[in-house]
Design a protein around this ligand. Structure first.
Ligand SMILES: NC(=O)C1=CN([C@@H]2O[C@H](COP(=O)(O)OP(=O)(O)OC[C@H]3O[C@@H](n4cnc5c(N)ncnc54)[C@H](OP(=O)(O)O)[C@@H]3O)[C@@H](O)[C@H]2O)C=CC1
Ligand SMILES: Nc1nc(=O)c2c([nH]1)NC[C@@H]1CN(c3ccc(C(=O)N[C@@H](CCC(=O)O)C(=O)O)cc3)C=[N+]21
Length: 271
């Protein structure tokens, strides 16, 4: 069966409405992109649609000098929030963003400051997709003591999801897997919950899961012009599965929008 995320999005909408009351202007989000791939284009579509819906002034900037652009928008008082799309152009690393983005405008929680705070279990801004995954899991089941297997170890999904799920108060037992993991299916079939963030369309099929598992499909792949996840839809016949589109992606965007309002209010000192 498919996991419904509408009630999670409704709760985020309510948070945004209460933030809006504290602001007298449309907060500004600058999204820096360089040669966007299909999944990034899908995200930008989602950002445009939601910025209009929630009243955010979104500026999408093609960035050819990322470090210089980060300096410009860090210093630009009219810019409340900055997002830097991945994958990055050759010559830049995620560490460059982590070092150079203003942590108070870093609405994706990728800066050294925000990642470090998450490490110390102080979640200020955390990567939006990781927060979306955790919210969906917590809305679906009790996380405490659950055996959670994550496919993928990226800086914006796999790693932060693992850190957030095992922290005190959530207390899951987490296994991170990647391309060098041996006997992957032996590991995944023992999970209570599977989080799949690998960027391979329909990679996870029924041979990776057991009846009754919760499967969170983070994948956003474009195949023949259609958005598909990393998990084969047939898995939903024996497991609880998040849909793609309409699952993790839609919660991620709502969280990004909410964080833009949080950044604007924090700048005013009202958070
Ligand atoms: N829905 C949303 O809001 C979001 C969706 N996405 C989507 O999630 C997917 C993953 O993106 P992202 O997190 O950036 O990951 P990356 O593309 O940066 O990296 C992929 C990760 O998956 C691992 N991996 C690849 N193949 C396997 C395998 N067979 N078994 C186990 N691990 C594997 C890689 O391992 P290794 O490290 O060994 O190479 C790597 O860690 C993409 O489809 C992306 O579009 C991304 C962000 C947000
Ligand atoms: N720094 C960075 N952080 C990211 O989180 C990031 C990124 N770079 N690069 C690209 C990937 C991909 N990604 C998506 C998130 C939501 C939707 C989304 O909202 N999809 C809608 C459909 C959108 C549409 O209609 O096209 C849905 O799944 O319901 C899509 C794609 C985030 N990414």
């Amino acid at each position: 069966m498919l996991i419904e995320v509408k009630n999670i999005i409704d709760k985020i909408k309510t948070e945004i409405s209460s933030f809006k009351e504290k602001l007298s202007y449309e907060p500004k989000l600058v999204s820096l992109v360089v040669e966007p791939d299909e999944s990034t284009k899908s995200y930008l579509n989602s950002q445009k649609r939601n910025a209009k819906k929630y009243g955010i002034n979104l500026e999408i900037v093609e960035s050819n000098d990322l470090i210089n652009d980060l300096r410009i928008y860090n210093e630009d008082d009219a810019t409340d929030a900055i997002f830097v799309a991945r994958p990055l152009k050759k010559g830049y690393t995620e560490l460059d963003i982590a070092k150079h983005i203003d942590p108070e405008k870093d609405v994706e929680g990728v800066s050294l400051h925000n990642i470090g705070s998450m490490f110390y279990e102080k979640e200020l801004f955390v990567p939006c997709t990781a927060e979306a995954v955790v919210k969906i899991i917590e809305d679906t089941t009790d996380v405490r003591g659950k055996n959670i297997v994550i496919l993928g170890r990226s800086t914006t999904v796999g790693k932060p999801v693992a850190l957030m799920l095992q922290r005190h108060g959530r207390d899951a037992t987490v296994t991170i897997t990647h391309t060098k993991t041996k006997n992957l299916k032996e590991i995944t079939t023992k999970a209570d919950i599977l989080v799949v963030a690998i960027g391979k369309a329909n990679f996870v099929d029924r041979s990776f899961v057991k009846e009754g598992m919760i499967v969170i499909d983070v994948g956003i792949n474009v195949v023949d012009g259609k958005i598909v996840g990393d998990v084969d839809k047939d898995v939903s016949e024996i497991c609880q599965l998040t849909p793609v589109p309409g699952g993790v992606g839609s919660v991620t965007t709502a969280i990004l929008m909410r964080n833009v309002f949080r950044a604007a209010i924090n700048k005013k000192g009202d958070l």
